[in-house]
Design a binder for this molecule. Sequence first.
Ligand code: ACO
Length: 434
Amino acid sequence: MPDTITITDNRTGKSYEIPIEYGTYPEYGAYIAGTELRKIKVSDDDFGLLSYDPAYMNTASCKSAITFIDGDKGILRYRGIPIEQLAEQSTYLETAFLILYGHLPSQSELDEWTHEITMHTLIHENMRKFMDGFHYDAHPMGMLVGTVAALSTFYSESRDIGDPENRKRQIIRLIAKVPTIAAFAYRKSIGRHYVYPENDFSYAGNFLNMMFRMTEREYRPNPVLEKALDVLFILHADHEQNCSASAMRNVGSSHADPYVSVAAATAALWGPLHGGANEQVLRMLREIGDRKKVGDYIKRVKAGEFRLMGFGHRVYKNYDPRARILKKMADDVLEVTGKSPLLDLAMDLEKIALEDDYFVSRKLYPNVDFYSGIIYQAMGFPIDMFPVLFGIARTAGWLAQWQEMLEDKDQKITRPRQVYIGEDERQYVKMARR
Ligand code: ACO
């Protein structure tokens, strides 16, 4: 017998039996279809019961097979594979393939995938000229949002979102070109010449080359930093239905093309409560400035003056598993780049916060952004670039979410309901009589 829940409406005395369905794990994924509530009515012309859920605190907007998170236990898996294993054994491009296509690639699949992406890293020269038009102090994230959206005008065939082969072409282009645009945005913002992609490098190595190459005849990225960046990209590749993934799905649900949809997701990522947080962590650590001031700063956070950036998460009510990996990686990176006083400050902050009842009782633990900013900074990335780095990595996740949404027969154009709380009908009053 199927599981059901019975709801009795005491306005009418009627009972309704609603089927309970499940995802992979019954203990996490038990749900009822929201539309079942519509059957609960006082009269035939009644619209039916709505569920009110601002910020989607308890609403599943889709079924997804991409990423699994258990926020209480601090578990994150892409397509079933624990993030720790991927961080240790995979590469970003292999992980991107896994996220997008659901399985680890065979050697030939991986070779072809890597080749295709490597061959699409250049951008049209008109795009470069387009980027020249940005103001000298434009934020690179603003440039990324604008330029990725502008890619749509170069690839008009991308609007044919129903053709899987066509979609794949756009996916390859986006994963290949976003790092080039990101690096160009940085070089533009500091008035340096653009460095074109090099096909001999890895995905992360090429990005470091485009970011940091000066006049060397042969640029060689430091292997420790190259590996660290690749791991950072893996850790940020997807995170199920967060603000930017939802933006991607929402915009994509109107059948907009993938470029403008990724631009919308990038815009959502930019906010300081989402991908902009790593930038804020660094600003916060600089503002604190001295280990002696950590206690005072925590007091002000507890008084509600501001939030401790890089702490807390809508889903993780435990240590973010990505933060754990990064905390370890910070040591490897700092061994190459030299020690950062900000890391000591961050360690102090974390220690105090993890022992303080304010944070413990609210289950506020360091999230991925707490350590990523320190590592990025040590590697030489300016603060403005932090959310951009996040966006490069998350492009694969957004596209996987987009593709899954398009292939899902249950999905339609996103259109939430509202509970209207405004005026009842009233009459227009002429200006002279107001
Ligand atoms: N510092 C201090 N207090 C906090 C923090 C924080 N970082 N985060 C949450 N709280 C407190 C809230 O004030 C609230 O306290 P109250 O119950 O006394 O009112 C309680 O904890 C619950 O907070 P909510 O805002 O309800 O939690 P929510 O799930 O909506 O917020 C969020 C999650 C936005 C990430 C929040 O923790 C935050 O603002 N953190 C700082 C920004 C940050 O690091 N964002 C990065 C997230 S990770 C990512 O996007 C990749």
